[in-house]
Structure formats: structure tokens, C-alpha cells
Design a protein around this ligand. Structure first.
Ligand SMILES: NC(=O)c1ccc[n+]([C@@H]2O[C@H](COP(=O)([O-])OP(=O)(O)OC[C@H]3O[C@@H](n4cnc5c(N)ncnc54)[C@H](OP(=O)(O)O)[C@@H]3O)[C@@H](O)[C@H]2O)c1
Length: 295
């Protein structure tokens, strides 16, 4: 049996589907039984609870051959860093308390850097916690920027003819489809073919700049003129807070944009066949733009 944290989320939902399709028994976790109904209908055992509750998580990890873990991303939650620490401590306590031997952890490119990387600083802290586990084999996956991030901004971009964010337009970045991250995670959970503390970067098919990515999205929405602009920090913060980000999360987003733009956040492995993943932005851009019915 394999336990999947965040089974209602972008990556965990796809990991759950793939494990079930491969004939694995799955215990799917989330906070809300209603959102877990899809996993239950597909054949998973489900457990609803707060991942910050170490007793709940220990029970959920108990008896699993492997667990899929992540730190949920929610920029509307008060005290982002403190909440990430709370969840991260609980995950590590539950791995230790349940005796599970194999852990796959979703992290990020840039998590090797201790500070100054916005949201990714929490993932650095989590990697440090996981590295201290003595009795579990931990595989840390460090993906690049998710293509799916564009889905949340595509509607506004279509309305105004401009996609605005905090990253420089012309910096090539590794960008990846979450389905490819889920593929790697599911295969690892099944094969458990790594030992000790292992890090793997996942870099997508090729690096893309925000300007290039915007061109691909624009073509998919029938707006070939769609432009990308990097907004000045105060304007960007105002937009983010208006969209529900806390002040802390807005500041972390700006810091992240700066660190992506100046090369602080960058892959360390160099591009190889094993960290290059197949899905191109062009392959899924149509599913990220307004009007598409998401599955
Ligand atoms: N976006 C990027 O470009 C990027 C790049 C690299 C790495 N990352 C990292 O990837 C991770 C996000 O993965 P994702 O997009 O798959 O996540 P996601 O879609 O935000 O899903 C989060 C999952 O966690 C669950 N959850 C949230 N709070 C919880 C809590 N307190 N207790 C129990 N479950 C909780 C949610 O379920 P319910 O809401 O149903 O409870 C959901 O299933 C983050 O660590 C992020 O930093 C992101």
C-alpha cells in the first residue's frame, strides 16, 4: 500500500490515478472527504485530516511501503512560513513514528539555496529536515516552474491582452508539466529503486522564457499578440493582495520572481536525458487557457 499526501491536489491527484492504474493499493489523503470522493470512486482508501496533526499523519503513513509527501502551497493562508514549518515538522515526525521506509518528497529547483528564494525557502528547510531521517530512504524531486501556473493567470491575461508577473521576460527557466512530475513520482513509489537521501531535478523538455511561454499561451487562446510584462514590485504586490495573497505571501512571490530572474534559483545538475521530461507547453497550452473544461 502506498500513501499519497495531497491526493486532491495538482500532482497528488495524478499520482493517485497512476498508482491505481498500475494496480497498487492507495491510501489517499486530503482535508475534505468530499474532495477525496474522486479518489475513493477510483478505488483508493481515503483518510481526511490535517497534515499538521502528526498523530493523524502517523496513522496515515502506518503500514505503507512508500509515501508521497509535499508541502501544500496556499498564499492566502496567514503565516505562510510558519504553516509550512508546522506541516514539514509533522511529515518528518510521521515518517519516523510510522516506520515507513521510502519517502518521495516534492521540492523545487532552487531548494539547495538556504534563503532569498521566496516560497522555495520553505522547501529548503523541509529538505534539511528530511535529510536528518536515519531510517528512511528519501527521494527528493526538484521540478522547475509548473506549466499549470499559467492556468491561474490565463483568464486575466486574455481579458487585458497582457500577462504580468514578477519574473524577467527574457530569462530561460526550466518549466514542466505536472503530469511528468507525477509520472516520475508514481514510478519511484512503485519501484523504490533509490537509497538514502537522493535528489533528482526535473527540468521539462527545454528551458523557456516567460516571453516565449506567453507567446505559446497566446497562440492557444487565439491571441497571438498576448504580451508579457514584468511589473514593478509595488504594482505586483497590489495585484497579488487584491487576489487574496497575504502581505507575507506577496512579498515571498516578489522575492521568488527576483531569484528566478537573477539566477539565484537555477538547476544544478545540467540538463540530461533523465531530468528532461517529455510534455511540451505546446502540448497542453490548450487545456490551460479560458474556455477549457478541466477534468
Ligand atoms: N507551482 C510551481 O511552479 C512549483 C514549482 C516547484 C515546486 N512546487 C511545489 O509543489 C508543491 C505543490 O504541489 P501541488 O501543486 O500538487 O499542490 P496543490 O495542488 O496546492 O495541492 C495541495 C494538496 O495538499 C492538500 N492540503 C492542503 N493543506 C493541507 C493540510 N493542512 N493538511 C492536509 N492536506 C492539505 C490539499 O488538499 P485539500 O485542499 O483537499 O485538503 C491538496 O490535495 C508545493 O510544495 C510547491 O512549492 C511548485
Amino acid at each position: 500500500m502506498i500513501t499519497v499526501m495531497g491526493a486532491t491536489g495538482t500532482i497528488g491527484r495524478q499520482v493517485t490515478r497512476q498508482l491505481l492504474a498500475a494496480g497498487e493499493q492507495v491510501r489517499a489523503l486530503g482535508r475534505d472527504p468530499e474532495r477525496l470522493a474522486e479518489a475513493a470512486a477510483a478505488g483508493a482508501e481515503t483518510m481526511a485530516g490535517d497534515a499538521g496533526d502528526a498523530a493523524f499523519l502517523t496513522e496515515a503513513f502506518h503500514g505503507a511501503a512508500a509515501v508521497h509527501t509535499l508541502l501544500p502551497y496556499d498564499p492566502t493562508v496567514p503565516g505562510y512560513r510558519a504553516e509550512q514549518d508546522r506541516l514539514g515538522d509533522s511529515i518528518v515526525a510521521a515518517v519516523g513514528g510510522s516506520g515507513v521506509r521510502h519517502v518521495v518528497a516534492i521540492s523545487s529547483v532552487g531548494a539547495d539555496v538556504p534563503a532569498g528564494t521566496g516560497f522555495i525557502t520553505s522547501l529548503h528547510a523541509q529538505e534539511r529536515r528530511l535529510r536528518r531521517l536515519r531510517d528512511a530512504h528519501v527521494l527528493v524531486l526538484r521540478p522547475g516552474f509548473f506549466f499549470e501556473n499559467f492556468a491561474s493567470v490565463a483568464e486575466v491575461a486574455a481579458r487585458y491582452g497582457v500577462y504580468a508577473d514578477a519574473v524577467a521576460p527574457d530569462v530561460p527557466l526550466p518549466m514542466i508539466a505536472t503530469r511528468d512530475i507525477a509520472d516520475v513520482a508514481a514510478r519511484a513509489l512503485i519501484t523504490r529503486d533509490w537509497s538514502e537521501f537522493t535528489v533528482r531535478e526535473l527540468l521539462g523538455p527545454r528551458d523557456l522564457t516567460h516571453a516565449e511561454a506567453t507567446g505559446i499561451l497566446g497562440a492557444a487562446m487565439g491571441r497571438p499578440d498576448l504580451a508579457y510584462v514584468r511589473l514593478p514590485d509595488p504594482e505586483m504586490i497590489e495585484i497579488l493582495v487584491g487576489a487574496g495573497f497575504t502581505e507575507e505571501a506577496a512579498a515571498l512571490h516578489i522575492e521568488l520572481g527576483g531569484a528566478l530572474s537573477d539566477g539565484t534559483i537555477a538547476p544544478r545538475e545540467g540538463r540530461t536525458a533523465s531530468n528532461t521530461t517529455p510534455t511540451r507547453l505546446d502540448d497542453i497550452a490548450g487545456s490551460l487557457v479560458p474556455g477549457h473544461q478541466r477534468a
